[in-house]
Design a protein around this ligand. Structure first.
Ligand SMILES: NC(=O)C1=CN([C@@H]2O[C@H](COP(=O)(O)OP(=O)(O)OC[C@H]3O[C@@H](n4cnc5c(N)ncnc54)[C@H](O)[C@@H]3O)[C@@H](O)[C@H]2O)C=CC1
Ligand SMILES: O=C(O)C1=N[C@H](C(=O)O)C[C@H](O)C1
Length: 264
């Protein structure tokens, strides 16, 4: 995701700060994105480098796509240095994440789903549940999600949709979710195109009525990373505006971005 976001930033004419990070100390030291050579630093340089970035680039927005177990420590560092950030990484302790931002009075946009059309679908499901609580009482829910083999956690997006189904009256045990990470199954059973085995997010929710006479199916299938990368750039521009205007809310999500007219 890091590279896709950097490429989208260049496409959108943003200035890329020539610095990125890896979880490994020994990494290839630079990569070129557009005309910019980006220097990659290992974990031990994190605080010093970010501190210089904060001084040199006062308008910077940090984008985090790392790993669930880095979410909280990374966020704490951004908050300590007063660096506004977009957190696309899923997982971690979400309560603690929000608390770090609140306590530090930093600015952040946090969303386990940056794809704007998918965010709109999540919002519809939430509004549906608010308007018609219990509408699917007695129905049975099956959920399947398929992602690239490197994905460590369960889909944060599926968890969000399931929360709406629960309000619609369908209890669901998260342990029952079918999580597909095996490339052969993805090709044969899920129907993921071969070229997207290493970057896709397929979700299927199937509801059946108590007597099996009615069924509903919802699907959102994403190939590649561009929908998230483009949404992340919208999020970064949105957050920069909020910082500039000293907006009092300080913590935002992608629905805030869509509501301010970025849905296109
Ligand atoms: N919000 C959204 O719309 C999306 C969220 N994601 C989430 O973003 C995260 C990353 O996804 P991908 O880019 O596909 O994973 P990836 O595994 O391809 O890349 C993550 C990279 O971050 C590095 N990393 C891990 N911890 C780090 C740290 N503390 N500092 C610097 N680098 C670190 C890893 O070495 C790896 O190179 C996952 O949690 C995924 O679920 C992914 C796609 C969309
Ligand atoms: O890891 C991914 O790829 C994705 N992660 C997010 C999630 O867990 O919901 C969003 C999307 O599914 C892609």
């Amino acid at each position: 995701m890091g590279l896709s976001v950097a490429e989208a930033a260049v496409r959108r004419g943003l200035h890329l700060v020539p610095v990125s990070f890896s979880s490994r100390e020994k990494v290839k030291t630079t990569i070129q994105v557009g005309q910019t050579d980006i220097r990659i630093y290992g974990p031990s340089a994190r605080e010093d480098v970010l501190s210089s970035v904060a001084d040199e680039f006062p308008d910077v927005i940090v984008v985090d796509y790392t790993a669930p177990d880095s979410v909280n420590s990374n966020a704490e560092l951004y908050c300590k240095l007063g660096l506004p950030f977009v957190m696309g990484t899923t997982g971690g302790n979400q309560q603690l994440l929000y608390k770090s931002v609140q306590d530090s009075k930093n600015y952040a946009l946090i969303s386990p789903q940056m794809g704007k059309q998918v965010v709109a679908f999540l919002a519809i499901m939430r509004i549906f549940a608010e308007q018609f609580p219990g509408a699917f009482s007695g129905y049975h829910l099956e959920v399947l999600e398929s992602h690239q083999a490197s994905k460590k956690d369960t889909s944060g997006t599926a968890k969000d949709v399931i929360a709406s189904f629960e309000k619609l009256g369908v209890p669901y045990d998260m342990n029952r979710m079918v999580k597909i990470r095996d490339p052969d199954q993805q090709l044969e059973m899920v129907g993921v195109p071969k070229e997207h085995i290493e970057g896709h997010a397929f979700h299927l929710y199937h509801l059946t009525s108590p007597d099996d006479s009615v069924s509903f199916e919802f699907q959102h299938n994403v190939c590649g990373r561009s929908i998230y990368a483009e949404g992340t750039i919208d999020a970064a521009i949105f957050l920069h505006r909020k910082v500039q205007s000293k907006d009092s809310k300080r913590i935002y999500d992608m629905e805030d971005v869509l509501r301010e007219g970025y849905m296109r």
